[in-house]
Each structure stands twice: as structure tokens, then as C-alpha cells.
Design a protein around this ligand. Sequence first.
Ligand code: FA5
Ligand code: MG
Length: 427
Amino acid sequence: MKISTAILSITSLSPAHSWTAPAIPRFTSRTKVSTTGFTQLHSAPPSSSTKYADPSRYLSDHPNNNVPPHIAALVGKGLHTRPNHPIGIIRAKIQEYFSSLPHQDFTIYDAEDPIVTTTQCFDDLRIPPDHPGRSPSDTYYITDTTLLRTHTSAHQSEHLRSGADAFLCAGDVYRRDEIDASHYPAFHQLEGVRLFPVEEMKGAEGKEGQEWLESEECKVIAEDLKATLEGLMDHLFGETEKRWNEDYFPFTSPSYELEIKYQGEWLEVLGCGVVHEEVLQTSDRADRRGWAFGLGLERLAMILFEIPDIRLFWTEDQRFHSQFASGEIVKFESYSKYPPVYKDIAFWIPEGFVENDFFELARGIAGDIVEKMELIDEFTNPKKGKTSKCYRITYRSMDRSLTNEEIDALQMQVREKVAEDLGVEVR
Ligand code: FA5
Ligand code: MG
């Protein structure tokens, strides 16, 4: 993922947001994991996360609403709570691992409202007002102060405040992002938080900042975090090659990301760290210390089931769904190898051109047959003082062959709309 769209980016772009508390209903399902968490998950009543499948909740006349209909239509599908869907299967496997850990019971949340406030998603997590992750070029806003959550960390402080000491929280998250086989504007995350018993953290009392970072207790937490997540990866994949990198999140310190080797390449699967003491203070848990992580379920499922394209998770095609069953890890058999169609488009960009607006515009017109959009050429004409960008759009259906005529017609619509809506000069 490009640094400018990651939640951890630190450069500033967007104006400050004002905050007034809107009244949004919040429904949360709580299931306690028993020692046989896996079986309990299967016998549990169906999750109510699908109650959010109502596009009218996300589309409004608010001047700053930037949720397009094709995104609103994805909310509430509840892929993470479907026992026979790869996202649901991997979530169950992760819960199974955490319920097998000694010492702590993890409470499970899986049906929070995907609409959150800027306070939940950003302020409570020390994400500053000018952070690019808050910018409308990266985030889907419903009003100025409500949005589609960009990460499951948006629920950290409410669960901490409610008194939870250890919990997992899974859900669909939304980001305006680049388009390729491993990036999709909607995906799923699973958050985990563990607070340590007060007795084990006696030595940390009153410590903040550098003094806390250097304390024995902070190191103990970071080591427990890494060991827990390495154990999770081994539980999922057997022995996999993995590596830790330092990372930055405003809500954890120190922070790390974990990468695993997949088809010869390092793939980032999660971010994590020691919960920042100010986040604990905000959540009225200043007496406690602990760790948090957030992982991408699609990335893990793509590796585990060998699913080559992130769009497949959203398909309704039975040739996909018939291959998966609760609790079973199988290799996905490709049922289609339809040829791609490439189309290039070049244009002079105006000042303030936002790449994500262009990606979204194409998806809005052509939908999921847009497999990839990449910048293949860029130059500035010094006389004109103008910059030209050339993008290659790869069109490919997972379910059928595309005709040249239909792609030409779509490409023509993209050319017209990009000039109309984004003020570019198509070349
Ligand atoms: C976060 O979202 C942090 N909230 C994670 C976190 C939680 C850190 C708790 C510390 C404590 P990040 O933006 O890196 O971090 O995303 C986390 C994971 O989500 C990534 O590692 C990746 O697996 C997945 N992910 C991110 N963007 C996409 C995308 N567009 N498509 C699919 N998966 C994605
Ligand atoms: Mg990251």
C-alpha cells in the first residue's frame, strides 16, 4: 500500500475537522469465547452484521458525502460472519487460536455499526486533525463527522471503556485506495487487544513517554505481542517465513508490522504495537497496559486458500462458493481464466488532481471488471507548465469473456466522465 493511503502516514494534507457528537445507534453483539470457542462459533446464532445492508444509510444529500452507490451496496454483506466463506473460515480459525491461549478470555465482537464518528475512528486514537488518513481523498464520509470506518481500531476505545480486558473485533472496513489484485476499497480487519493484569505491571506505575518505553514492562508486552502473533501465523500456515519491521501508528508505541513470504514476495499482513498510554487514559483505563494489533483478513485468506484476486471474495458465483466449507482449508481451484483487455488513457491533469477520484470513477462505471489501474507514463511540459499522466486500465471478468465492443463503450464513458467530473484534458 502506498504510504499516503496507509493509516499510519504522518504528512499532512487535509483541513481540520470540526466535531459535534451525532446520535448514531450502535448495535454490538457480544459472544464470550469458551474453551471450545471454535464449536461455539458454529452453533452461535447468525451474526446480525447483515442488518447494515441498507444503502440509504450511507447515501445522503450531505454536501460532503462521498460514498458512491457501488460502495454503499457492499456494506452489510457480513462476509466475516458467513461460516462457509473464506473470510468467515479464517476468522473462525483465528478465534480458535485465541481461545486456546491460556490466562485470558477474549470477548468477541463482530457486529458493530460500520458507521463510526471521527472521534471513534481518529481522535480517540490520537490521529491528528490534519492526518491524510482523514482526508476525503482516502476516506468515505457520510457527514462531516460520520464515516465508514477505515479500520477496526475505531472500536478500540468503546470496548476498553466498557471494561473489556481482552477482545477480538472483526468487521468490514472501507478505504479509497489504489486498485490491484490485493487492494479493494472494502476489506475486512480483525482487531485484537489484550490488557495485562495490574499485578504484572506494578513496575510501570506512573511511567510515561521515554521512561515507559524503556521499562521492563513495556518490553514484556512487546515480546508477548510478537510471540502471540507469530504463534497465530504458525497456527494458520504452519511454519512460514516472517519478518518484523518497525512501523508507526499514533495509537501504539512501539509499533511494528509483520510481513510473511508469499509467492516469493513479502506481503504485509498486520500492524500492531503497545497501546499508547494516552489511548488508555482516553478510555478511562489509565491504570492498565497492553497490546493491540489489526490484521487484514483478505490478505491472510488469499495466502491460505491460494485465492489470486481480492475481488473474488465479493463474487456471487457458485463456482467460487461451492469450494468452501466451514472449518476446512482447501486450495482454491480457478474456474476461469478469461483474457484481460487493456486500455490506456492519457490526460493533462488540473491542479489538485486526486488519483483515488479517478480510480473510483472508473469502478463506478465499469464495476468489478476493473482488475487493475496503473500509472504507466507521466511527464511535465515545461513550456505549458502542465503534467500529463497515462494510466493503463486492465479489464477482466472473473466469470465470463468480455467483448471488445463492451469495453470500448465503457472506456468511452470513462473518458467522458473523467473530463466532466475531474476537469482533466483527455489527450
Ligand atoms: C491499520 O489499519 C491499523 N489500525 C492496525 C493496528 C491496529 C495497528 C492496532 C496497531 C494497533 P494498516 O493501515 O497498516 O493499519 O492496515 C492493517 C492491515 O490491513 C494491513 O496490514 C493489510 O493486511 C490490511 N489492508 C490495508 N489496506 C488494505 C486494502 N486496501 N485491501 C486489503 N487489505 C488491506
Ligand atoms: Mg500498514
